[in-house]
Design a protein around this ligand. Structure first.
Ligand code: NAD
Ligand code: TDX
Length: 344
């Protein structure tokens, strides 16, 4: 990789992928300063940043990417920006779309426009494979039409349009990444893998949507970090890059691995009423990115086992996230469906 930056802003750096990216940057580019900006919504967690925050090269600012004045100030202090900040959970988007539009569209635009105004050298907007919609066979390429099928991906696709507008209108030097499902340390326990592991540890039912045969490409978050770093340094302005590891598996395969690793019974698996508009399969062709020299380091089972073991060994982290508010959300989303399903 060629370019070296003096200071990188990591927006949404107290979340799952953002915090992993901060730790990655400290190891891979120790001479670069890191400015973490995060609103600390329910999904942000300062504990996820602990291992890097003592470091004098890392600064934390609590703030909203939709706050124009703050973004105008902070972007003058960075030569690169990576934007992870988003509302990221499909199930919550079905309960209330408001914050998704506010952050994933308006916030994405405010930060990008501020970065363009202050001549930020490089910008990566972190998007998702969900913008394409579902696919029965084969894999999506970057030029394919975006056909998001539900609220969260609809706002992520709209956010991408704000970035392309800033590229065209104001010369923002931005590229977009479209990553598949990530797994790894520091993912909120509302998401499937950490939810299933933490429920299994507590001998609670694992709520499986529908038949559990939905397919996801499960990429280790560390591989997503190396991909984003490469696109930041070598990606072409105005281009999108699919980021997929080729680790496709059904939800049932992942659940079986979890139960086997933790020595828990299959009877914990509980099929419940499906998520509304649940995409059956996502799949992307990552050859555009691989042409830049990217290779994932984790295959499917290595990614799954590394992640399951991390949650098994780090209860201190996820027990704090399963707070009273989380239990209220859990009851709202799953309560009736689990009661209708009856005992596993
Ligand atoms: P996350 O929900 O764990 O973290 C999001 C972070 O953004 C949190 O720390 C939250 O406090 C912060 N945030 C939310 N609104 C903000 C705002 N207005 N201003 C500043 N900070 C704000 O999400 P994640 O899983 O780490 O996802 C990060 C990014 O990667 C998102 O853009 C998501 O769409 C994308 N993505 C995620 C995955 C995945 O599998 N998790 C896959 C592909 C792409
Ligand atoms: O309780 C559950 N039961 C269940 O069967 C939950 C939470 C999920 N699932 C299923 C739905 C999906 O098929 O597991 C699969 C994974 O679900 P999530 O962890 O909610 O991820 P997904 O909806 O696929 O989206 C994730 O990957 C793409 C991230 O949350 C997004 O931010 C990212 O863009």
């Amino acid at each position: 990789m060629t370019s070296s930056f003096k200071s990188i802003m990591v927006a949404g750096g107290a979340g799952f992928i953002g915090s992993n990216f901060v730790h990655y940057l400290r190891e891979a580019h120790p001479a670069t300063r890191v400015l973490v900006v995060d609103k600390l919504t329910y999904a942000g967690n300062m504990d996820s940043l602990k291992q890097s925050l003592g470091d004098e090269a890392v600064e934390f600012v609590e703030g909203d990417i939709a706050d124009r004045e703050l973004m105008e100030t902070l972007t003058t202090r960075c030569d690169a920006v990576v934007n992870f900040a988003a509302e990221s959970h499909n199930d919550r988007a079905l309960l209330d779309p408001g914050p998704f539009v506010e952050t994933n569209v308006r916030g994405a635009g405010v930060l990008a426009y501020a970065a363009a105004a202050h001549g930020v050298e490089r910008y990566v907007h972190v998007s998702t494979d969900e913008v394409y919609g579902q696919i029965a066979d084969g894999s999506f390429k970057e030029g394919d039409e975006l056909r998001p099928r539900s609220t969260y991906p609809a706002t992520k696709a709209s956010g991408e349009m704000m970035i392309l507008a800033a590229v065209e209108s104001f010369g923002l030097q931005a590229a977009i990444t479209r990553g598949v499902n990530n797994i790894g340390p520091y993912q909120h326990p509302e998401k499937a893998l950490p939810l299933f592991v933490s429920n299994a540890i507590d001998d609670k039912p694992l709520p499986v949507y529908g038949d559990g045969m939905q397919v996801r490409d499960r990429m280790h978050v560390r591989d997503h970090c190396t991909a984003i770093d490469l696109v930041l340094r070598e990606g072409e302005t105005g281009e999108s890059y699919n980021v997929g590891a080729g680790n496709e598996c059904t939800n049932l395969y992942m659940i079986e691995k979890i139960l086997e690793r933790l020595g828990k019974p299959a009877s914990l698996m509980t099929h419940i009423e499906d998520r509304t508009g649940h995409d059956f399969r996502y799949s992307v062709d990552a050859s555009h990115l691989r042409a830049l020299g990217w290779e994932p380091a984790f295959d499917l089972d290595a990614a799954l086992l590394d992640t399951i073991d991390w949650y098994r060994d780090n209860e201190w982290w996820w027990r704090g996230m399963r707070s009273q508010d989380f239990e209220a959300y859990y009851e709202e989303l799953y309560g009736d469906r689990l009661r209708q399903a009856g005992p596993g």
